[in-house]
Design a protein around this ligand. Structure first.
Ligand SMILES: [Zn+2]
Length: 441
C-alpha cells in the first residue's frame, strides 16, 4: 500500500473537483481518496504539492527520441524524406531500444504515464521491451508503410503479417497494448488500409495514424484519392471509436462533424505543428462540435520535447487570438491530457482521473517554486500555465512507483542522457555507410 499524504488532489472527475485529501493506493488501484489512516502504508509526503492524474500523450514516436535536435528547419514532407525516414531506416535494434528508453525516461520524469506510440517499421520489439522494462503504460505498434518512396517501404502482406504476429504476441502483456499504425495516407495503399480496418475490428486493436497535418500532404491525398484526408479514412471505415488521428490541422467543417458523429479521436500536437510550420487544428471549434481531443508531444525530432506541460501551455494559449481569451479554460486543457487521452486510448474507465477504483496512474507536482507562486484560486491554471516537467517529484503507474523524489527508478536516466550523442552518431554513421539518400533539395 502507498499513501500519498497531505496533497491537493486535482481529480479531473466529471465535476473537475479539487480537494485537500490523502490518496491510498492498493494493488494497483486507487482505494480511497479522503482522510486516510493506514499504518502499514508506505507514505509519500505531498504537503505543498498537487496530486494529478498521470498525464497521457496520445501521439508520440519513441523511435525518434534519439533524433532530437537533428531535424530542424524543415516542413513535414521534406522533414520525413530528408531526415526521419533515413534515420529510422538506419536504426538497429540497439539504437531503437536506446531511443525508446531515452524518450520514456523523459516522459516518466515529466509525469506522463501513458502513451500511444507509433514505432518504426523494423525492430518493433526493441521498443516493446523498453516499454516493459520502464513500467510506462504503452499502447502502440509497428509503423506500416507499403506505398510511396523511401527506405522504409515494405511489401503489403509482409507488413500486415508482422503487425498481426506482434499484436497477438504482445497485446495485453502487462501494461502493453497493441495498435495498428499505418503511417499516413501517402505511405499506405488502399489495400493495406482495408486490411488494417478488418484486422483492427477483429482483434479490437486501436488504429493510430496521422491525418491532415500539412497543407501539401492534404493536397497530395486529394490528388491521389479525390477526397479530403479524413473523409478518405472514413470512406475506408477508418473513422470510428477505435481510430486515433494525430494532428487534424487542416480538417474541414464536414470532417469535424464526421469525427464527432463517429466517435473518432483527434490528437492535438501544438508543439510539433508549430515547429514544422504546419499550422494548428481549430481545437475550440472541434471541441464545440463534440470531437474527443487528446494531446501529444509527437516526436522529439519535431518539437523538440516530450514535455506534456509544454503542450498544455501551448494548447491553452495558441487558440486565443482566433477564438478569444476564454476559449480554452485551463481545466479543459488539462482534460485533453488526462480524461480525453484515456478515452482516445480506450481506457476511459481505467485511467485519466483520480477516482476510487481506477488504476493508480498518478503524478505529484511540487508547486512551491517561485514560478508557481502564488498558486491562485484555480489549481488547473497553475498546472497548465506555470508548472513544468521538472516540477514533477513522484510518479506511479498502475500503483508502481517509477519516479521517487525526481529520480527515475526503472531506467538509468543519467546514463541515457550521457550516451545519447554517441548512440546518434552511430546511427548517422550507418546512413553514410549504406548511402541511404537524403531525397529532395
Ligand atoms: Zn507523428
Amino acid at each position: 500500500m502507498i499513501l500519498l499524504r497531505g496533497g491537493t488532489v486535482v481529480t479531473m472527475d466529471a465535476r473537475r473537483s479539487v480537494i485537500r485529501a490523502d490518496v491510498l493506493v492498493a494493488e494497483g488501484r486507487i482505494e480511497k481518496i479522503g482522510r486516510v489512516r493506514a499504518a502499514k502504508a508506505k507514505v509519500i509526503d505531498c504537503a505543498g504539492k498537487a496530486i494529478i492524474p498521470g498525464l497521457i500523450q496520445a501521439h508520440v514516436h519513441l523511435c525518434q527520441a534519439l533524433f532530437r535536435n537533428h531535424a530542424d528547419g524543415l516542413e513535414l514532407l521534406d522533414w520525413l524524406s530528408q531526415r526521419i525516414w533515413p534515420y529510422e531506416a538506419a536504426h538497429d535494434a540497439r539504437s531503437l531500444g536506446f531511443s525508446a528508453r531515452l524518450g520514456i525516461a523523459e516522459l516518466l520524469l515529466g509525469g506522463t504515464t501513458a502513451v500511444l506510440d507509433m514505432a518504426t517499421v523494423h525492430h518493433t520489439e526493441a521498443v516493446l521491451e523498453a516499454a516493459r522494462e520502464s513500467g510506462v503504460r504503452y499502447t502502440g505498434g509497428k509503423c506500416l508503410m507499403d506505398a510511396g518512396d523511401g527506405p522504409l517501404r515494405e511489401e503489403t502482406n509482409a507488413a500486415l503479417a508482422e503487425a498481426e504476429r506482434l499484436g497477438r504476441k504482445w497485446h495485453g502483456r502487462g501494461l502493453i497494448r497493441w495498435a495498428l499504425c499505418p503511417r499516413f495516407a501517402l505511405s499506405c495503399s488502399e489495400e493495406l488500409l482495408h486490411a488494417v480496418r478488418a484486422l483492427g475490428a477483429r482483434e479490437g486493436w486501436l488504429v493510430h495514424t496521422h491525418a491532415s497535418e500539412n497543407r501539401a500532404e492534404v493536397e497530395l491525398v486529394r490528388k491521389q484519392t479525390g477526397r479530403d484526408n479524413i473523409e478518405y479514412f472514413d470512406h475506408l471505415g477508418l473513422c470510428g471509436p477505435r481510430t486515433v488521428l494525430a494532428h487534424c490541422v487542416h480538417i474541414t467543417e464536414s470532417e469535424t462533424r464526421m469525427m464527432a458523429q463517429r466517435g473518432a479521436s483527434a490528437v492535438h500536437c501544438p508543439g510539433a505543428n508549430l515547429k514544422l510550420a504546419s499550422g494548428h487544428a481549430p481545437v475550440p471549434r472541434m471541441l464545440a462540435a463534440g470531437v474527443n481531443i487528446a494531446l501529444g508531444g509527437d516526436g522529439a525530432a519535431c518539437n523538440n520535447t516530450l514535455d506534456a506541460f509544454h503542450e498544455m501551455r501551448l494548447a491553452a494559449t495558441l487558440h486565443l487570438p482566433q477564438f478569444g481569451p476564454r476559449a480554452m479554460p485551463a481545466a479543459e486543457v488539462m482534460a485533453m491530457a488526462t480524461v480525453s487521452g484515456a478515452k482516445a486510448l480506450g481506457l476511459g474507465a481505467e485511467i485519466g482521473s483520480l477516482e476510487e477504483g481506477k488504476r493508480a496512474d498518478i503524478a505529484v507536482v511540487d508547486l512551491s517554486a517561485p514560478h508557481c507562486q502564488p498558486a491562485g484560486p484555480d489549481l488547473h491554471t497553475t498546472i497548465v500555465y506555470c508548472a513544468c516537467a521538472s516540477d514533477v517529484t513522484d510518479v506511479l503507474v498502475d500503483g508502481r512507483p517509477v519516479v521517487r523524489s525526481r529520480k527515475l527508478l526503472t531506467l538509468d536516466a543519467a546514463r541515457l542522457a550521457a550516451e545519447a550523442g554517441r548512440e546518434m552518431r552511430r546511427v548517422l554513421a550507418r546512413i553514410s555507410e549504406t548511402k541511404v539518400s537524403f531525397r529532395g533539395n
